[in-house]
Ligand binder design. Structure first.
Ligand code: SAH
Length: 246
C-alpha cells in the first residue's frame, strides 16, 4: 500500500492523545522523513522511537508551566525549513483542535514554506472513545461540544467535553449547575490512553473534588453513565476513583 503523502518541508502532524499506536500511518511516514522534529511537551517521549536519527527539539507548553512562545516555534520552523531540512511539527491530538495549528499554517503560507497537515486523533474524542465512553448515544445524547475550561460557552449540546479543565473545576461547577441537574454524571480523565491513565467518576455536585493528573479532560453528560456501567471493566486495574457520588 502506498500512502499519498506529498513532499513538503514542514509536516504539521497530530500525534493523537498519547498512545503511540494511535499515530496515523501518514503521521508515521512523515516522522520517518523528518530531519528535525519540533515536539510538543504533551507528546510522550516514546514517539522518538519512530525516528531516533532526527534532531528532536521539545517546544510548546508543559502543563501549566514553562512554554516556548508561539513566535519562537515559528522561528524554529522557518530556520530549519530554510536550510532545506524536512521538519515535523508534532502536536498532541489533532493539530487543528485547540493547538494553534491555524496560526502555524498561516505563518507557513506567509513565508512561502511548502507544508502538509496530517490530522491526528483528538484527545477530545479519542480519550473517551478508548474507554468505551460514547459522546453521542441513541436516546441520550444527540451531539457534543468541545470547549475549554477557561472559556465555557456553547453549553447547549447534550455532551460537553472540556479540555484544560484542571484549574477551573469550581468555576465550571457553578456555570454548569445553571444548565444541568446536580446529579449529572461527570468523568475527569487524566493521561488518557497513556499507561498511567487515571479516571475519576463523579457527579456535577462534587466536581471540584475530582482529581486527575495533567493532561486531563472532563466529560459532562448522561453518556458518562455508560462508562459507569462498563466500569471497572474497561478501566481494569487502572487507578480509578469515584468521587462526589452518593
Ligand atoms: N490538539 C489537542 C488539544 C491541545 S490542548 C487535541 O486535539 O487533543 C491540550 C489539552 O488537551 C490538555 O490540557 C488536555 O485537556 C487535553 N489532552 C491532551 N491529551 C490528553 C490525554 N492524553 N488525556 C486527557 N486529556 C488530554
Amino acid at each position: 500500500m502506498s500512502l499519498d503523502l506529498p513532499p513538503a518541508l514542514v509536516y504539521l502532524v497530530g500525534a493523537g492523545p498519547g498512545d503511540p499506536g494511535l499515530l496515523t500511518l501518514k503521521g508515521r511516514l512523515a516522522l520517518e522523513r523528518a530531519e528535525v522534529v519540533l515536539k510538543d511537551a504533551l507528546v510522550p517521549e516514546a514517539f522518538r522511537a519512530f525516528n531516533p536519527r532526527a534532531l528532536w527539539l521539545e517546544v510548546g507548553k508543559r502543563g501549566y508551566g514553562e512554554k516556548t512562545s508561539q513566535e519562537e516555534i515559528h522561528r524554529l520552523m522557518a530556520e530549519h525549513a530554510g536550510r532545506g531540512r524536512v521538519v515535523v511539527r508534532l502536536k498532541g491530538g489533532d493539530p487543528m483542535v485547540f493547538g494553534r495549528g491555524g496560526e502555524e499554517v498561516l505563518f507557513l503560507l506567509e513565508q512561502g514554506i511548502p507544508f502538509v497537515v496530517v490530522p491526528g486523533v483528538s484527545s477530545a474524542t479519542g480519550v473517551p472513545s478508548a474507554l468505551g465512553l460514547p459522546l453521542t448515544h441513541r436516546g441520550m445524547a444527540r451531539g457534543f461540544s468541545v470547549l475549554t475550561g477557561h472559556d465555557p460557552f456553547g453549553l447547549s449540546a447534550d455532551t460537553l467535553v472540556f479540555l484544560m479543565p484542571l484549574h477551573q473545576l469550581p468555576a465550571l461547577k457553578s456555570v454548569l449547575l445553571a444548565h444541568r441537574p446536580p446529579h449529572t454524571p461527570v468523568a475527569l480523565i487524566g493521561r488518557g490512553t497513556w499507561p498511567n491513565q487515571a479516571v475519576a467518576l463523579g457527579r456535577l455536585e462534587g466536581l471540584e473534588r475530582l482529581r486527575a493528573p495533567d493532561p486531563a479532560l472532563l466529560v459532562v453528560g448522561e453518556v458518562v453513565g455508560v462508562l459507569e456501567r462498563l466500569w471497572p471493566g474497561t478501566l481494569g486495574t487502572q487507578e480509578a476513583k469515584d468521587v462526589g457520588k452518593d
